[in-house]
Ligand binder design. Structure first.
Ligand code: PMM
Length: 267
């Protein structure tokens, strides 16, 4: 099976990577359709930035942003996920047509999230997370980052099971950049086979993140990180990732085609 491409549709004025250009619903819908035409398999629609240091968004504002976009993209035939930490938004998004709830907090930010998802037939992506963006780096203290991320994600899997979500509905995400400093992200990526070995689908979200900018030389514009993102996508695919979450679908699609042809021994 080939690695899927989850294209990012951020409906926020302050996302670090597209600067709020898609705040307007029509522009966000157009962006989603463009990503589909470029080869995205899934579209991830989010209305609250998780950029380091960002403020929370009121849940009503989040829903005003994402629900019309989700409804339109689902109606256009897209498989849509909703990027939210709010149970109420997750439920409304599934009612509007989302098939996946993408919770970067793994159900920790909102105690109602796992029961809310259990009451639907949607899948859920559980991210590794230690706290909100405002202070997440303060929590980036690890003895053994790989062991702790795996153990904490296993805890979220147990919590999801306890809430009544079947294991087949779970997607695990190591939460690149969430409560992790640069080097810790590389340690987690190097150990990706340990995560894919758990048996659930694994989603990797490295697109344009700061650790790539640091690797490339710091102040490179975020779009300059797309080549490094595409290489990361190919390597994640090689290590068994189910999907990669990216801003630039075109470059990641090229990279994934190379990875798949190499692995199979034919185009
Ligand atoms: N990263 C961001 C937002 N949502 N969802 C998942 N599952 N995994 C991630 O790594 C992830 C995410 C932050 O990036 P953005 O602001 O560019 O969307």
């Amino acid at each position: 099976m080939s690695c899927l491409i989850m294209g990012i549709v951020n409906v926020t004025p302050d996302s670090f990577s597209d600067g709020g250009r898609y705040l307007d619903a029509d522009a966000a819908i157009a962006q989603g359709l463009l990503l589909l035409s470029q080869g995205a398999d899934l579209l991830d629609v989010g209305g609250e930035s998780t950029r380091p240091g960002s403020e929370r968004v009121p849940v009503e504002v989040e829903q005003e942003r994402v629900l019309p976009v989700i409804a339109a993209l689902a109606a256009a035939g897209a498989t849509v996920s909703v990027d939210t930490m709010n149970a109420a938004t997750a439920g409304a998004a599934v009612a509007a047509g989302a098939r996946i709830v993408n919770d970067v907090s793994g159900g920790l930010a909102d105690p109602d999230m796992l029961p809310a998802v259990a009451a639907t037939d949607a899948d859920i992506a559980l991210g590794h997370w230690r706290g909100h963006s405002s202070d997440m780096y303060a929590r980036a203290e690890y003895g053994d980052v790989v062991r702790e991320v795996s153990a904490e994600l296993a805890g979220r899997v147990e919590a999801a099971a306890a809430a009544g979500i079947a294991p087949s509905r779970l997607i695990l995400d190591p939460g690149i950049g969430f409560g992790k400093r640069g080097a810790q992200n590389w340690e987690v990526l190097r150990a990706l086979p340990q995560l894919t070995g758990i048996g659930s689908r694994v989603l990797v979200g490295a697109s344009r993140k700061r650790f790539l900018g640091d690797l490339l030389g710091g102040d490179a514009a975020v779009e300059r990180r797309d080549l490094a993102t595409a290489v990361t996508s190919a390597l994640a695919a090689r290590e068994g990732a189910w999907a990669v979450r990216v801003h630039d679908v075109v470059s990641t699609r090229d990279a994934l085609l190379v990875e798949a042809a190499w692995r199979k021994g034919h185009a």
